[in-house]
Design a protein around this ligand. Sequence first.
Ligand code: NAI
Ligand code: UGA
Length: 449
Amino acid sequence: MNITIIGTGYVGLVSGTCFAETGITVTCVDVDQKKIDNLNQGIIPIYEPGLTPMVQKNMEKGRLFFSTSLKDSIAEADAVFIAVGTPPDEDGSADLQYVLGVAREIGKHSDHYMVIVTKSTVPIGTAEKVKAAIQDELDKRKQDIPFDVASNPEFLKEGAAIDDFLKPDRVVIGTESERAQKVMKKLYKPFLMNNHPVIFMDIPSAEMTKYAANSMLATKISFMNDIANLCEIVGADVNNVRRGIGSDTRIGHKFIYPGTGYGGSCFPKDVQALVKTSEQNGHPLEILKSVELVNNRQKSVLYRKMMTHFNGNLKGKKIAIWGLSFKPNTDDMREAPALVIIDKLLKEGAEVVAYDPVAMEECHHKIGDSIGYAKDQYEALIDADALVVVTEWNEFKVPNFRVMEKLLKNKLIFDGRNIYDIEELIENEYTYYSIGRKAISAVHEAASK
Ligand SMILES: NC(=O)C1=CN([C@@H]2O[C@H](COP(=O)(O)OP(=O)(O)OC[C@H]3O[C@@H](n4cnc5c(N)ncnc54)[C@H](O)[C@@H]3O)[C@@H](O)[C@H]2O)C=CC1
Ligand SMILES: O=C(O)[C@H]1O[C@H](OP(=O)(O)OP(=O)(O)OC[C@H]2O[C@@H](n3ccc(=O)[nH]c3=O)[C@H](O)[C@@H]2O)[C@H](O)[C@@H](O)[C@@H]1O
């Protein structure tokens, strides 16, 4: 089988590489010449565990190719996946210009039957628009070339993308013809053989499934963040509450970890887009509006705790930040809570020094030298008035508190991911703020405020 993936970002590159891993011949296309040149030399543009060797192996095996030419790459394709970005428009709805631009290009160059698959996250009705755009170009060429559209939303998580793709909880495919279904079944045969559910449905339902899934997960997180903040007020510990409710298999332990708000390229934009769709259809989803509101508030929760601790004055304070990416195991900083916290600290006149295992280059790309970058997590602490943990990288989870106290000016930690045990912090005489748990105030710390 031969497929083309248009858009070689997180989704396009991971999907293309994983399809190649199952034996399919894949060409990944992008308009970014530099990205394609680098990929052709085996240089991977993103940090994603396990991806580099898998790309290199499949290139060597002659199953994975990179190109800037959509026309050449679709010449022998059975299916073409559209995996370009769908960023939020000014009003929050998904901007389809890239998706529809690709559809037009396909219509201009198609010369045989293909299934055109939307893998990008797109609002309900987009497959119809893709179909119309392709048909329009074919009509302009006076060509009667058959094609089908299908919807195959992607559910991978950054940082665990390869496993998520190759061992999915499910694959969702929306089709409207038997011919298209046959192509898609062949493509996903290895997944069916490994007993991963491949669920066929109509196209609007497939498109809706993606938004509903991301919105449900975002809802779980905002719900827990709201509960965490209430826990603090009423004297409960959200870690206990989380374990208590998560043990109910109807609720489950996943995606109920409170923190500094969800970030990333998808939850924020997909929640917004579904809210927009609901409003446009006269059925506003009030729950989702609150999910977004709670999340925006949560991104400032650590900043508010710092302001309270330092009596509203952060001017001249040196703040160390551990973790910049929106979650561990990625260098992606799109909508990262760290950016909101840093912005607020800088506006208050604080000095910020950050450390992240992989995202510092990306952070520098976004905000330049407005903050300092430490070469390791301990260097960031030198003379700092406080440590703020924003992302729960594994290497931050069991730090050497004795070494830390020699570097920090104050034994003071703001933990946005609840990764430390309160008892341990008491034992080491730290002042400690976390999310949804009581604050620990060490007696000696009062003097250093
Ligand atoms: N990042 C993620 O973890 C997930 C993303 N998605 C969805 O997948 C879609 C893609 O997301 P990402 O991969 O994160 O985006 P991305 O921004 O990392 O990559 C998009 C790529 O498309 C390229 N591109 C734009 N226009 C093009 C054109 N006309 N022809 C060829 N290439 C073109 C860009 O140069 C870029 O390399 C979005 O709709 C997103 O919501 C879905 C599941 C997971
Ligand atoms: O559509 C997408 O792009 C993807 O969006 C998310 O994946 P991703 O954004 O890569 O990462 P997640 O692990 O879902 O984390 C998102 C955010 O939620 C936060 N989060 C997650 C879980 C949790 O319990 N608490 C919490 O605050 C994370 O810190 C992070 O900021 C979904 O999990 C994927 O299924 C989906 O395919």
